[in-house]
Design a protein around this ligand. Structure first.
Ligand code: IPE
Ligand code: IPE
Ligand code: MG
Length: 234
């Protein structure tokens, strides 16, 4: 699991925050911010894969976000419909496998079906894995893994436990980026980010350009990951 300094991250995770504030600044409805965010998300994820990073995980909707006003949720569900119907073929051609973590049963049934169809269509992809966290909560994911372990009736190791999570089989994120100024994880990948390098930026997600992702990756490349041991220069 040890990664050398100067080595590209294998897995980049992004908390895509700030769409609402981006819209508000422009006197637009929040839905316009989400639309701008979706456009940015498509270009940004392609960019990161082009950089040679095989795992990209994007926090699109938290379980807690499902308590937002219905009007905003309806706008988000429509964007998900658009995304999964229009982009699955592009992803398939690029060899990107689509993956979704979170409780999709909390979404409207047609959205759940479109997600399943997108996952099926891209299932053979070998070039990269794009994971969208939708209706996702890290504590909920951990609790459901604990319950699964309990049902199996024998103690598990940390490695075995990781496999019971929605992210099971993926490497932990090396770099986690949060846009939109807040300095918190908001129930995202709490177990998986035990040794993840964190990068926070004030840029609101629709303003977070591909070059800004490069800047975050450059910052990552300069970091020394010690995993609790003594540093090279200490
Ligand atoms: C992030 O943007 C996207 C979702 C949570 C769906 P927000 O909608 O949280 O935007 P802000 O934080 O209100 O600006
Ligand atoms: C986190 O953003 C969830 C996503 C970006 C999908 P929130 O806007 O929901 O986070 P809080 O409420 O500021 O912690
Ligand atoms: Mg927010």
């Amino acid at each position: 699991m040890k990664s050398e300094q100067g080595q590209l991250p294998k897995h980049v995770a992004i908390i895509m925050d700030g769409n609402g504030r981006w819209a508000k600044k422009r006197l637009l409805p929040r839905s316009a911010g989400h639309r701008a965010g979706l456009k940015r998300m498509i270009s940004l994820s392609e960019h990161i894969f082009r950089r040679g990073i095989p795992y990209v995980t994007l926090y699109a909707l938290s379980a807690e976000n499902l308590n937002r006003p219905q009007e905003e949720l309806d706008a988000l569900f429509s964007l998900f419909r658009e995304y999964f119907t229009q982009n699955a073929e592009t992803l398939r051609k690029k060899g990107i496998r689509l993956n979704v973590i979170g409780d999709t049963a909390l979404l409207p049934a047609d959205v759940t079906e479109m997600i399943a169809a997108g996952i099926e269509k891209t299932a053979e992809g070998k070039a990269g894995v794009l994971t969208l966290a939708i209706g996702y909560g890290s504590r909920q994911e951990i609790v459901s893994a604990v319950n699964e372990a309990v049902r199996a009736g024998k103690p598990v190791t940390a490695e075995e436990f990781s496999l019971l999570l929605g992210t099971g089989g993926m490497p932990d994120p090396d770099l986690l980026i949060r846009t939109g100024r807040e300095l918190r994880l908001s129930n995202f990948l709490l177990w998986q980010s035990a040794y993840t390098e964190l990068y926070f930026t004030d840029k609101l997600f629709p303003d977070f350009k591909n070059a800004d992702a490069d800047k975050a990756i450059r910052s990552y490349l300069l970091r020394e990951r010690r995993y609790g041991s003594v540093g090279k220069n200490d």
